[in-house]
Design a protein around this ligand. Structure first.
Ligand code: AOS
Ligand code: ZN
Ligand code: ZN
Length: 389
């Protein structure tokens, strides 16, 4: 928060923001009905990094790329980190995957069979080994675990199994590493989900210790949920590890962040700034799939949407807001927020981009760059990597 006239401070803050892009967003993706393949899509983890480097080049604020294991499996993760560095980006969060194997039909770390639980934990520990090789700070844990029918399994025992697995992974973390526990209210399980909400994630993270933090995926809530309240509360408790940003209209739609409800994104970013999150260790990650739109420009657009919401949140006049709140002037307080939200911050962001030496219009610059034509011509043959590839 700042005063309206403090543009240099707003610009300085915007220059410090970093948005992590997900490797899987560059690959083909779809719904359970159809994957529409796009030309020029990456065939390897290296090609995903090539595309991510373009996003960083044009936005200036997307320096890291999240990996998903085993979708981004390589023999030498140190070499992959070097490859990224040579292209001006770094490897970021390691996303684990304990949801794709047949063994996980009844769950992974919460599965009733101890052998399946051991397999899942072994994968999570392997992900920490990968973090050691890539220099990644964060391990993101999302579990598809849950049940479909009342009585299918014991809700409390599943929580015990979850706690046991999380403790084993926590134990393995290095001093500078963290585990980010993601919650989701339903899907693929439809009756119970073992980490359905922030409260469950928070309770487990609290028991584990400081290196366990909650990650808020903006698409993982029931309609009408006040996500900014959750953000404010987790920040206040020192337990907000990061975001998986995306938009939802109905369920976990994974559409571009800021597309469905830019006002909600602004309200979230306001609480982030109010809670000191912009200058903290909160990870701003995208978790999106671009099923029908061109992927790289969609990711650039998403990064810009986060920046626009952040800029508006930074423009909230903190002094005027506090005065209105203390004096009980409900309408004036609301007007302060709405003034900031209704400000067109695109000229300010264009200036920020010029000041860091990039084109003020990242999308136009990408289209002019010829990258889309180049990858369409060059990336023929092989298997296109994608969501689940
Ligand atoms: C799943 O719904 C979650 O959002 C996870 O973050 C997941 O790992 C990611 O969507 C990639 O599949
Ligand atoms: Zn997510
Ligand atoms: Zn999701």
């Amino acid at each position: 928060m700042t005063s309206r006239s403090d543009a240099p401070a707003v610009k300085a803050a915007l220059k410090t923001q970093a948005v992590e892009t997900p490797s899987w967003a560059y690959g083909n993706s779809g719904t359970r009905f159809k994957v529409f393949a796009q030309p020029g899509v990456p065939r390897t983890p290296q090609e995903k990094l090539d595309d991510a480097a373009r996003v960083h080049e044009h936005t200036g604020v997307a320096p890291t790329v999240a990996l998903h294991i085993p979708w981004d499996k390589v023999d030498d993760y140190g070499a992959l980190a070097t490859y990224a560095k040579e292209r001006g980006v770094r490897l970021g969060t390691i996303n684990s995957n304990v949801f794709q194997d047949d063994d996980y039909k009844l769950g992974s770390v919460c599965h009733p069979d101890a052998a399946v639980r051991r397999k899942a934990v072994a994968h999570l520990l392997e992900c920490v080994d990968i973090m050691d090789a890539t220099g990644s700070r964060d391990l993101k844990l999302w579990f598809s675990d849950g049940t479909n029918y009342p009585g299918q399994d014991d809700i409390r025992s599943r929580q015990d199994r979850l706690a046991e697995a999380l403790a084993a992974v926590y134990e393995r973390l290095g001093d500078d590493q963290r585990m980010l526990l993601e919650y989701k209210f339903f899907e693929p399980a439809f009756y119970t989900t073992d980490v359905p909400d922030w409260g469950t994630a928070y309770a487990h993270c609290l028991k584990l210790g400081d290196k366990a933090q909650v990650v808020v995926d903006t698409g993982h809530h029931a309609p009408g949920t006040n996500i900014e309240f959750i953000v404010a509360l987790l920040l206040r408790e020192g337990k907000l590890g990061g975001f998986d940003f995306n938009s939802r209209f109905y369920a976990d739609d994974d559409l571009m962040v800021g597309a469905a409800d830019p006002f909600q994104l602004f309200r979230i970013m306001y609480e982030v700034i109010r809670g000191g999150g912009l200058a903290s260790d909160v990870a701003f990650m995208l978790d999106q799939c671009h099923n029908i739109e061109a992927k790289i420009p969609a990711i650039i657009r998403s990064v810009m949407n986060v920046q626009e919401a952040t800029a508006k949140a930074l423009l909230v006049d903190g002094t005027a807001l506090a005065e209105a709140q203390v004096s009980g002037d409900v309408l004036a307080a609301n007007a302060v927020l709405m003034d900031a939200y209704n400000t067109d911050v695109r000229p300010l962001l264009a200036e920020v981009r010029e000041e860091i030496g990039i084109d003020p219009d990242p999308i136009a610059a990408y289209h002019r760059s010829g990258w889309a034509q180049k990858i369409t011509e060059e990336r023929v043959g092989g298997t296109q990597a994608g969501w689940g590839a």
